[in-house]
Design a protein around this ligand. Structure first.
Ligand SMILES: [Zn+2]
Length: 288
């Protein structure tokens, strides 16, 4: 079975959204908290961001040339959007010329290397092919954001990603990369879900690693999301988690994702401020 990726993601996100919206009607409730969304993609969401007080969004990917899409999206509201350079490294989506990224980092155009989708390319961040890119990120003190955990259902049957495998999403597989590149700051996107033990182990061992809640905060059944979040925070990791929506074609998900964190009764108000805002400011060294 071959599935067109974009159509598939549209359908997948739409289904999740419809289910989630049915269950959580209060998702659009306004919050006064300032929010940074560290996991967005280059598709319309400005109205939703304003409605929910999302003052910064790290954007990457998009249609066509992924690097250009992020830059173009940033230009819609330069004070709000931070462009990330999304790279993969598959036959379908080869790695960009290193000189292009060097220019982008040195000019301050790209402030993040990511979303890096090594898993979709059938490998991990520790693959030597990423070494020059990680070395460049270290040189410019650019944080790296890596897709971890699972993928949308059926992804390995998409023509883009026939070598993708679930197990390449294990956060433990970044360890060699972290040791080859000791100055690397790494965001484990999607919190490595469902690999809880790997996620906790890597976060505990490597203080330069954080994790974001992208997609799991609105796509997972609420109980499963809260259980995962509770396990991470009860392990003492609330200062290492960052809010993310993984917004693509479903801007309503931003409100649902916010509500999923706000409704976690086991988090203190301080934890929520850290997750929605403070941890991203520290990790991404944002000027706010
Ligand atoms: Zn991802």
């Amino acid at each position: 079975m071959l599935v067109h990726r974009r159509n598939f993601l549209r359908a997948c996100g739409g289904t999740g959204l419809a289910l989630a919206a049915g269950r959580f009607a209060s998702a659009a409730a306004k919050t006064n908290r300032q929010i940074i969304d560290v996991h967005m993609h280059s598709y319309p969401a400005l109205a939703e961001m304003k409605r929910h007080n999302v003052i910064r969004g790290i954007v990457s990917g998009g249609n066509g040339d992924r690097l250009q899409a992020a830059l173009k999206w940033h230009d819609n509201d330069p004070a709000r959007f931070i462009p990330g350079a999304s790279i993969r490294g598959s036959e379908d989506t080869p790695l960009p010329d290193l000189a292009v990224l060097r220019k982008g980092f040195s000019a301050g155009q790209f402030r993040v290397l990511g979303e890096v989708t090594a898993q979709y390319a059938g490998t991990t961040l520790s693959d030597p092919k990423y070494d020059p890119y990680l070395a460049l990120a270290e040189e410019f003190d650019i944080p790296v954001a890596l897709h971890t955990g699972t993928m949308p259902p059926g992804m390995t049957h998409d023509e883009c990603c026939r070598t993708a495998r679930v197990h390449f999403g294990r956060p433990g597989l970044v360890e060699d990369a972290l040791n080859k590149h000791p100055k690397l700051r790494l965001n484990l996107m999607h919190c490595g879900y469902p690999y809880l033990e790997d996620t906790i182990a890597i976060l505990m061992q490597y203080p330069q690693v954080n994790a974001d809640l992208g997609a799991i905060d609105w796509l997972l059944p609420r109980e499963a999301f809260h259980s995962y979040l509770r396990a991470l925070t009860s392990a003492g990791l609330a200062k290492r988690l960052m809010f993310g929506s993984d917004h693509m074609f479903w801007p309503d998900a931003i409100g649902l994702a916010i509500e999923a964190v706000e409704s976690a009764s086991f988090l203190s108000d301080g934890d929520k401020n850290d997750i929605f805002y403070g941890n991203a400011v520290s990790f991404y060294k944002l000027k706010v």
